[in-house]
Design a binder for this molecule. Structure first.
Ligand SMILES: Cc1ncc(COP(=O)(O)O)c(C=O)c1O
Length: 403
């Protein structure tokens, strides 16, 4: 191997993942066999799935699987090209129209992943040196990277303290009116708390700023029929851009931006992650359309999800876990300390006869000292499963003196 790759050799020998494997606390790449349901076979463990983003349980819904299969039969396996060239099919156009209507915007642009949506959407909007972006400290990595790619001056890329609208105001006061875009997750991905969108909208009006909301964890979950955070606050017309992903409630892969005709036209022609990447495959588009068919008429999937999350949250609080500020189906169990969090994860995962799969969240995804176990829920979970999970959490939590 050339000297260039020496860093890879060293990391392979002595990097954190290797050391964690040696001490038996490496938590990643567990192997799922079989269907992704509320109970899953992972490695040699049967586990309750409390670490997926399959909020509405749609990954295994018979109608959804059927729609994906039919799209493959009709259009083929993939698009093999950019939307601008050979990659626009009837399904892409239909999906964009459906999503625009669902979110309550004029137009919509569909991307191949949620990550690309933020990379392309945000960076394309930051096209002048004298533009500002003001981003919540806890925003998703795809937002952070989208901002890095923007052409505005480095010192105009600002981060305000998490959900702290006073801090946001401090920045807005210093920026010429009409030059700033505020970007926030609707539901924060690690701790499940909701952005203070009502206060953000007020500030944006006072200082003539634009608003971009990442609704990856809100679509299907918040608002009437799962229309997202802006709908939840009754502020759809005040939010300029709603971004969403297909990798969570929509059970497949892809992402979208819903906004005005003018903004979508800009993004269609200027977002490099859209222009220079193949469009989502037909099966993904058909999956999302079929899910919209279901949830636009029937709110019960979402209502069940909210009931599961409520039962779980109440149980966890009663047991004495620190569940932060969550009011959504993402519930953190704040542990503090990397090793302790990894040990907690492992004990939950390996519990017998059945364990729990969760996601350990470490720095930089969470601030130092706030390492946590992220739990998230599925609409199809029964009360029996929730109660079984609470029993396991009580046993392991007490064992580790977390409660
Ligand atoms: C808030 C948020 N935005 C964007 C993304 C990226 O979406 P995807 O995984 O669909 O690429 C995620 C994924 O976890 C997310 O949590």
């Amino acid at each position: 191997m050339t000297k260039f790759f020496k860093k890879c050799n060293n990391y392979y020998r002595l990097g954190e993942p290797t050391l964690a494997k040696k001490t038996g606390i490496y938590p990643y790449f567990h192997l799922i066999s079989g269907e992704q349901n509320t109970i899953v076979q992972m490695d040699d463990n049967e586990v309750i799935m409390m670490g997926s983003n399959n909020y509405l349980g749609m990954t295994t819904h018979p109608k959804i699987k059927q729609a994906a299969k039919e799209a493959i039969d009709q259009y083929g396996a993939g698009s093999t090209g950019s939307r601008l060239l050979n990659g626009t099919m009837e399904l892409h156009v239909e999906l964009e129209e459906r999503l625009a209507r669902f979110i309550g915007k004029e137009d919509c642009v569909v991307f191949s992943t949620g990550m690309q949506t933020n990379l392309g959407g945000i960076s394309s909007l930051l096209s002048e040196k004298d533009e500002w972006i003001i981003s919540d400290q806890q925003n998703h990595a795809s937002i952070i990277d989208g901002i890095k790619l923007g052409k505005n001056n480095k010192e105009n890329k600002c981060i305000y303290n998490h959900n702290d609208t006073e801090d946001l105001k401090r920045y807005l006061k210093e920026i010429p009116k009409g030059k700033a875009l505020i970007v926030t997750d609707g539901v924060f991905s690690m701790e499940g708390d909701i952005a203070k969108l009502d206060e953000i909208v007020e500030l944006a009006e006072d200082y003539n700023a634009g608003i971009y909301v990442d609704d990856a964890h809100s679509v299907g979950v918040l608002g009437d029929y799962g229309k997202g955070t802006a709908n939840h606050f009754n502020l759809t017309d005040k939010v300029d851009i709603t971004m969403g992903t297909f990798s969570k409630s929509f059970a497949t892969i892809g992402g979208f931006i819903a906004a005005s005709k003018q903004i979508c036209n800009w993004i269609r022609h200027k977002a490099r992650a859209f222009v220079f990447s193949a469009s989502p495959p037909p099966a993904s588009c058909a999956t999302v359309i079929a899910i919209l068919d279901l949830i636009e008429k029937d709110d019960s999937y979402r209502q069940n999800l909210l009931a599961v999350a409520k039962r779980m949250k109440e149980g966890l609080v009663e047991l004495g876990f620190d569940t932060g500020e969550s009011t959504t189906p993402i519930i953190p169990l704040v542990v503090g300390g990397q090793n302790k969090t990894l040990r907690f994860f492992k004990k939950l995962f390996e519990n017998k006869p059945r364990g729990i799969f969760t996601n350990p969240i470490l720095q930089p995804a969470t601030p130092k000292g706030r390492e946590l176990i992220r739990t998230s829920y599925i609409s199809t979970m029964t009360n029996e499963i929730v109660d079984e999970a609470l029993d396991i959490l009580e046993k392991v939590g007490k064992d580790m003196k977390l409660i």
